[in-house]
Write a protein that binds this ligand. Sequence first.
Ligand code: PFF
Length: 458
Amino acid sequence: MERENFGSKIGAVLAAAGSAVGLGNVWRFPIETGQNGGAAFIIIYVLCILLLGLPIMISEFLIGRYTHANTAGAYRIVSNGSPWKWVGRMGVFTGWFILCYYVVVGAWTMHYTFLSVTNAFYEVPAQEYEGIFDRFVANPWVPTLWLFLFIGVIHYVITRGVQSGIERSAKVMMPTLFVLTIFLAICSIMLPGAKQGIEFLLRPDWSKVDSTTILDAMGQAFYSLSLAMGCLCTYASYFDKKTPLAKSAVNVAVIDTLIAIMAGFIIFPSVFNIGMNPNEVGAGAGLTFVSLPNVFQQALGDGSFLAVIFSTAFYFLLFVAALTSAISLHEVATAYVAEEFGFTRKKGATIVTLVVLVLGTLCSLSFGPLSGVTLFGRNIFSLFDDLSGRILLPLGGMLISIFAGWVLDRKLYRNELSNAGDLCTPYFKLLIFSLRYIAPLAIGLVFLDQVGVFEVFK
Ligand code: PFF
């Protein structure tokens, strides 16, 4: 089967950045930063990116580009038939799994964009926002309809192919995302009281930093860069031989971090503007769909034109961020199904979409009609979230770093990294050192933390 490549280097970087920049940048990073020592947290986060994130991202790029195959096929090729081939299959499985719950939140961003544009938050009392969200997610029909629409958009992009679908959409959506982020950040910093918000986000407070903070920063860096889910490996399989791997990885990490910090500039000035305590705004869905709609109305004038524009732009930004990440997750599974089972791309994508429709609907209904279905005290959505984020992700990351550092042929690594000798790679030894020692150890600790081992000793 003819395999497509990305048509340009910028297209390749934008697509990978689209995978990295997602909900995690907006609903987790800013609040974690504010509560964990501001600039102190950012410094630790950047160190995690440099020491663990980049070496693993470069390795995933390298394995994908070297093999020009889907993630499972890629690891089968580089593992020479050894059990390491399972790392690739695990990546595909993790990506597919994450997609099933990620689309649920993507659908919520569409609904909130719709509510914002129709000025539905006008004159809603502050205490009502929680009820609005709870009733929405518990409704058996409305979230499911948005879910089908969201998955439909992903399916459309994927079936258009690598260049006309993924690359072209990234070239439109990523600049849109930058413009929206800058617009929203500027509006927010101009609000009275913004200074306090920026201080909350940036003032370094090392007293807040402890071992948990460092583990949090590592976990966040990992999730935010879309590591260990086959996305980067799959996208890199469409890179051409001239794409500089390390430079592309640095570009993706810089874009991802900048957007995450700017999301903080959007959120906290408005939170402080209305005199709200930032520690009470929550994180994740609570922050995004309960606190923020209220914050925006109050800060910008209830029902005002500015509030409508700001709120619409914010949820549309989230929608775009979620969509580009979801596309990358879908592509991991599509490339796998199509190539490993010999289907056409369209047929592979259809199979993936059908599975995501079924499992995604179950995740979505777990807030309503299926809320009684639980395992280990978690509903279906949380099970998907926890299993992938807490267990499969760190485990996959650790295995990738061990494989790349200890098993993968060193000459092959260097040759691929330097584009067959075209580029200088003065950082090579440090990279390998990190892959061999720092990354497996650090990720191992995150893993133990995520599964709750350290809780026992507290
Ligand atoms: N990196 C995305 C975020 O920060 O929201 C989430 C994500 C996308 C994770 C794609 C994993 C992935 F493969």
